[in-house]
Design a protein around this ligand. Structure first.
Ligand SMILES: [Zn+2]
Length: 148
């Protein structure tokens, strides 16, 4: 299919559909599900509306798009060369909001795990392993329900 969208326009479109059920989020959810975790999704009652919440582990996940949430050092975190007056305040606002939500959650005793979109492409088992290790440190392993 011919790609007639400018990179800026495409990024904007992607950013706008950021919310519910984006693909990286589905990947992460299916991993957690396979690992036997129970979770809730898109919890609007918590700061920043975390994408995935594991109440039992008092842990929340944010699945962040690299471009929009400014994954530092990531190749996807480009800055459009045009309309910088428009883009920069948006980026700053998003990063600020993310930080604020993170702070509020931690203050309330939540563990906050940010998973970047790029981390879920390719090496997904690695990410799943990381998550499992993180959670197993918080709670004895026998608390994690294993699937047969
Ligand atoms: Zn990234």
């Amino acid at each position: 299919m011919a790609d007639h969208l400018s990179p800026e326009r495409r990024s904007w479109n992607m950013a706008r559909i950021r919310n519910k059920d984006t693909k990286p989020e589905i990947i992460l959810r299916s991993h957690l599900h396979r690992m036997g975790f129970r979770f809730r999704k898109n919890v609007t009652g918590l700061p920043g509306s975390p994408d995935i919440v594991l109440p039992r582990f008092k842990t929340v996940f944010f699945v962040n798009g690299c471009f929009w949430h400014r994954h530092s050092g990531c190749a996807k975190t480009t800055t459009p060369a045009t309309n910088t007056d428009y883009w920069l305040p948006k980026f700053v606002g998003t990063v600020k909001r993310d930080r604020k939500a993170n702070e509020m959650l931690r203050k309330d005793g939540w563990s906050v795990i940010v998973v970047w979109e790029c981390q879920l492409q390719g090496a997904t088992d690695m990410v799943a392993g990381k998550i499992a290790r993180h959670l197993s440190k918080k709670t004895p392993l026998n608390m994690i329900r294993k699937r047969d």
